[in-house]
Design a protein around this ligand. Structure first.
Ligand code: ATP
Ligand code: MG
Length: 351
């Protein structure tokens, strides 16, 4: 029998929980695959903050054929660069449906960039929201931690995550919250999820919020069964407990039908030969416009490469080998805190 998420589950917020490697990202991808198989016009936005885990959705399971036509913004597989100041623009594009399928890869952001992006993204999404969008929040404890680490605009990020969780559903935002650190996720976010999919959880502190959730959502017998099995669940299996759908089932989830990039070594040749969905980058650039332009203006490695190219051009034409970096580019690099000093052939007018 093929597995299908109950419809009622997919119409509410869902939490995908489990220790590292237990299968929660795969199960969230399975849900996205099912949503898009049932309705190819469905809209999905994935916030992928750390591990660039979602690009595999754009290829088939064997990596030989194109997969789902997600636009990837930022990160090592990005179709376009992404800057942490682009949150408002991207939030509006997701809200209005101009970016129907997007993976926002934040792996390249500096410390605090994730919160900065999210604090512009979330209010813009809420404000301009039309129709229905599934918002996957990977490593959700990074956006809505229970205990603050004091990084960047963390307080505001927690506020925005809580707002998305509590007021988002009525605006058409369906959250799919993924975390390996259940104990570190803010209670308000987990508490707003009508469905909980619990994979293997071994640490008692990570089991506690799940047990608490279960106590108020399932009967005593189910509570005992789930609680006693959490630590020994096999990879890819998990408890699907939903108040709205009235289910509490132990499910062996099928393998995803897109490319499983978390099973592939990241430095191997295999990745290079993966066939991904074609993307019209010009159209994407046109859609994103200023947000991407800003990212590229602040792309220091690209800037450096350009200066080196200019130096080579000057050298071959017999002119001085020293060229000044354009002041506005130096300023941009300074402002971003990315300035690491002059490369040898630059004349720096600032010290
Ligand atoms: N339903 C499944 N059937 C078979 N294999 C699975 C299934 N789910 C996951 N796996 C395997 O387990 C590996 C880990 O899965 P996944 O990346 O989804 O775990 P995770 O809980 O998200 O881990 P992390 O915390 O490191 O992000 C995958 O590479 C995949 O090969
Ligand atoms: Mg994962």
């Amino acid at each position: 029998m093929t597995f299908a998420f109950p419809r009622a589950v997919l119409e509410q917020h869902t939490a995908f929980l489990g220790k590292t490697g237990s299968g929660k990202t795969s199960t969230a991808k399975l849900a996205v695959e099912q949503i898009l198989a049932a309705n190819p016009a469905a809209r999905v936005c994935v916030l992928d903050p750390i591990k660039s885990d979602w690009w595999g959705m754009t290829s088939s399971a064997d990596g030989q054929r194109p997969g789902l036509p997600f636009y990837i913004l930022g990160g090592p597989r990005g179709h376009v660069a992404l800057h942490d100041s682009a949150g408002k623009a991207i939030g509006e594009l997701v809200a209005t449906g101009d970016l129907p399928l997007s993976i926002i890869d934040m792996a390249d952001f500096n410390a605090g960039g994730l919160q900065k992006f999210f604090n512009d993204f979330a209010p813009a999404l809420m404000k301009r929201m039309r129709g229905v969008v599934y918002l996957v929040i990977e490593e959700a404890h990074e956006f809505a931690p229970k205990e603050r680490a004091g990084i960047g605009a963390e307080n505001l990020a927690i506020h925005n995550a809580k707002k998305l969780a509590t007021a988002g559903r009525s605006k058409g935002i369906r959250l799919m919250v993924v975390t390996q650190r259940t104990q570190a996720l803010h209670n308000a976010v987990l508490g707003s999820c009508d469905t909980m999919i619990a994979h293997r959880l071994t640490a008692p502190a990570d089991q506690d919020p799940v047990k608490k959730w279960l106590k108020s959502n399932v009967d005593k017998m189910t509570f005992e069964r789930v609680s006693s099995s959490l630590a020994s669940l096999k990879t890819g299996s998990g408890w699907l407990c939903s108040g709205e759908a009235q289910v509490a089932d132990l499910v062996q989830f099928p393998k995803i039908s897109t490319f499983d990039n978390s099973a592939t070594p990241t430095d191997g040749d295999a990745e290079l030969h993966v066939q991904t969905a074609p993307v019209d980058r010009d159209r994407l650039r046109a859609i994103i416009g200023d947000a991407v332009k800003l990212a590229e203006e602040n792309d220091v490695p690209r800037l450096r490469a350009e200066i080196i190219r200019l130096n080579a051009e000057l050298a071959s034409s017999g002119a001085s080998q020293t060229v000044a970096a354009p002041q506005e580019e130096i300023d941009a690099a300074y402002q971003e805190g990315l300035w690491t000093g002059c490369i040898p052939s630059w004349t720096c007018s600032r010290t």
